[in-house]
Design a protein around this ligand. Structure first.
Ligand code: FE2
Length: 430
């Protein structure tokens, strides 16, 4: 905890203290559930928290809200808070980098902060649920979705405020943009998972514990299938990174270039609000845009002097060679176009087809700008890196000639105004 900023430490301690007081309030005002049921829900909560599927450090899918919601219905506020907070504190999870995290190797402040968050938002949303007269088992409940909706919105609102608050303090990001991106994305997700929670509660209320537990078997199986799908997608990305590394192994001056182009193209796609599918294509195309260089002679790629006309022609083959290499890889069909045309120029004097203006596919035109920016700000065989400001000036001067004017303008805007730590760090390393 020592390495955290002072304000973040204060924030974490405040949340923990607030959770302690709130626990006393709940213990005084609500009854303790049956101890066996409570133990069962601690176990279910531990399992669903441990089986969270992580895509990255920021994105994860979990069915733990189904357990939390059924705990609210079956155990009441106090039981829901105890089972869900213990479940998250004791969880056993694999991080995206493959490290297993559990109660014995996680800093105590993180465990307490996680548990405290759940005490607060599960506790408050339980109180909201019980403030309505209708219950999940009543047919009337389904005539009044306001009860369900209010419980979910309260849960999500407090959850997002606490987490976004911490991220804002740690990463210096804008609270509101972070808040809305997380909050709006999560509402439909939680509504669907709440239906599972209702189903679990109804099974318990009508058929008892054993039938309720039977329901977890297909749920865990579905989770397993989804994990396989996520793993497979990760293997695809790793294969692409390996291909990109194969190009860079031939050319020592382009080390990390493909990864940087992929990162910046993806960030730029988000900046101009492209749809997730197109952003995904940009990331893949960024990683693989120079894959065709595998087929070009090393002595040409690493030549520290000016290239002859013949050598230049050979280099200019790499976009078409790249597409030939990838043509049979089905899941990369969408990126061919961007790879093929990433050296076209807006004024029509580029290669391989001499396309101009709007004839150039938009993704390819994005790669052209990002590729040029990274090339200018990195050392090459024949020159050292240009200063950041000079690279930005060239992007501006070449808008409408080499570069698509809108893309060049927006890219310069992103680079010069961003508050995103990752892009700022990237700028500082160039
Ligand atoms: Fe290229």
């Amino acid at each position: 905890m020592n390495q955290l900023p002072r304000i973040a430490k204060l924030y974490i301690v405040s949340i923990i203290v607030l959770a302690v007081f709130f626990s006393f309030f709940l213990a005084i005002n609500f009854t303790m559930p049956n101890v066996y049921l409570l133990l069962l829900f601690i176990l279910l909560s531990f399992l669903t928290e441990s089986l969270t599927i992580r895509f990255s450090n920021e994105a994860a899918v979990s069915i733990s809200f189904a357990t939390v919601f059924s705990a609210i219905v079956i155990l009441g506020p106090l039981g829901a808070v105890i089972s869900s907070s213990l479940g998250i504190m004791l969880r056993y999870v694999k991080t995206p980098d493959g490290v297993l995290r559990h109660v014995f190797n996680t800093p105590i402040y993180k465990i307490l902060f996680n548990g405290s968050m759940l005490i607060i938002y599960v506790g408050v949303s339980s109180i909201v649920y019980y403030s309505f007269d209708v219950r999940v088992a009543d047919p009337l409940f389904y005539n009044n979705f306001f009860a369900l909706f209010s419980t979910i919105v309260t849960y999500l609102l407090i959850n997002t405020i606490i987490i976004t608050g911490l991220f804002t303090l740690l990463q210096n990001k804008n609270f509101f943009s972070l808040f809305f991106s997380k909050f709006l994305w999560a509402i439909p997700n939680l509504l669907v998972i709440a239906i599972l929670g209702i189903f679990i509660s109804l099974l318990y209320l009508h058929y008892g514990v054993l039938i309720m537990l039977l329901f977890f078997a297909p749920l865990l199986f579905a989770r397993h299938s989804f994990q396989l799908y996520v793993d497979l997608k990760n293997y695809y990305m790793q294969t692409m990174a390996a291909l990109a590394n194969a190009v860079e192994a031939k050319d020592k001056y382009t080390k990390g270039h493909s990864e940087r182009v992929a990162f910046l193209a993806e960030e730029f796609g988000k900046y101009i609000k492209l749809n997730p599918k197109q952003i995904n294509v940009l990331r893949k195309a960024g990683l693989l845009h120079d894959i065709g260089k595998i087929g070009i002679d090393d002595s040409i790629l690493n030549k520290p002097a000016k290239l002859t006309n013949q050598e230049m022609l050979s280099i200019k083959d790499h976009p078409e060679l790249g597409v030939k290499i990838l043509k049979d890889v089905n899941f990369l069909k969408g990126v061919h176009e961007a790879i093929l045309h990433h050296h076209e120029r807006y004024d029509g004097t580029g290669y391989p087809h001499g396309l101009s203006g709007k004839q150039i596919p938009f993704n390819a035109a994005i790669l052209t700008v990002v590729d040029a920016y990274d090339a200018m700000t990195s050392d090459r065989a024949y020159r050292s890196a240009l200063p950041l400001q000079e690279s930005i000036d060239i992007l501006k001067q070449e808008a409408g000639f080499q570069f698509h004017p809108y893309i060049a303008e927006k890219f310069v805007e992103m680079i010069t105004t961003t508050t995103d730590e990752k892009i700022i760090n990237f700028k500082q390393t160039v």
